[in-house]
Design a protein around this ligand. Structure first.
Ligand code: ADP
Ligand code: MG
Length: 276
């Protein structure tokens, strides 16, 4: 007498069915599902899963894997220059910044209305940190995101003009839902660069968002861009639908420097600057 158990080795027809199923998964490029198939089939047997439950478990693994791959792809494309995050931004160290506003921006809702974000402040106050953190949030939320600097954008446009790829490059900068343009104002922009920047901003106007960081107040943009008319037109478009953050607190780099100096002073003389 033979007894049948569910854990019995597969017969020839079952084995070929299994091979066919793996073949289907491979043909559909469901790599994770193909990889996890044996384990899920074993679980189905061991736990007495229904066909529906087993299929759900198998495809959930594929969905998780696909989402992780897409996120990695978006983050790679975004070209973020540092691992900075919003969670890693110390709000207590940025006295000029409204925590509620940062939390609101972190939801990425501003992207749905093509709202721009302007981060203005002296060096070291966390402008790039916030821009990178918000760009990371956008990529995580599924938005196409790209990080560049004003100088790099200008150089790329200049090269594109020479090589006859102007239209292609403009389309590239129009594409992402969020474009970060870091460090406007650190280097004076030649007229041609200012006009490239203007074109990028114009074509995104009311369609997609820009996060722009600058160490120069808007009043001195005419100087930065070498042309007050271009500066005014650019500001019109940037500010029309925008959130402006002034980060004018003590520089974070300077704080670390002060802290290090204090530690040193305490170690050598036994005195420290009074706590503030
Ligand atoms: P900025 O772009 O304004 O010149 P950064 O964003 O490059 O300044 O900040 C300088 C350094 O200090 C970075 O390493 C950044 O992570 C850190 N930093 C600045 N502000 C904060 C903050 N509020 N919380 C945590 N780190 C900060
Ligand atoms: Mg910076």
């Amino acid at each position: 007498m033979t007894t049948t158990t569910t854990a019995e080795p597969m017969g020839p027809s079952q084995a070929s069915l299994y091979q066919q199923l793996r073949g289907h998964l491979a043909a559909l490029k469901l790599t994770a599902a193909a990889e996890h198939l044996p384990a899920v089939l074993d679980q189905a047997t061991a736990e007495g899963l229904s066909v529906t439950a087993a299929l759900e478990r198998l495809l959930a693994l594929e969905v998780t894997d696909t989402e992780a791959r897409r996120l990695a792809g978006r983050l790679r494309f975004a070209s973020l220059p540092s691992p900075a995050t919003i969670e890693g931004f110390d709000l207590d160290a940025a006295p000029g910044v409204d925590p509620a506003l940062i939390n609101e921006l972190a939801t990425c809702r501003y992207l749905e209305t093509a709202t721009n974000v302007l981060l203005i402040g002296p060096p070291g106050v966390g402008k790039t940190h916030l821009a990178v953190g918000l760009a990371r949030k956008a990529a995580e939320a599924g938005y196409r995101t790209y990080f560049t600097t004003a100088a790099d954008l200008a150089a790329r446009c200049h090269k594109a003009a020479i090589e006859g790829r102007w239209a292609y490059t403009m389309r590239f900068f129009a594409g992402p839902t969020l474009l970060v343009i870091d460090e406007l104002g650190y280097l004076p922009l030649p007229a041609e660069a200012a006009s490239a920047l203007f074109q990028v901003i114009s074509q995104r106007y009311l369609k997609t968002s820009i996060i722009l960081t600058t160490n120069r107040g808007v009043a001195s943009w005419g100087e930065v861009l070498g042309d007050t008319t271009v500066a005014a037109a650019m500001l019109d478009r940037l500010l029309h639908r925008s959130v402006v953050l002034n980060l004018d607190g003590d520089s974070y780099r300077l704080r670390a420097h002060h802290a290090a100096t204090d530690t040193l002073r305490r170690a050598t003389t036994g005195t420290a600057r009074p706590l503030q």
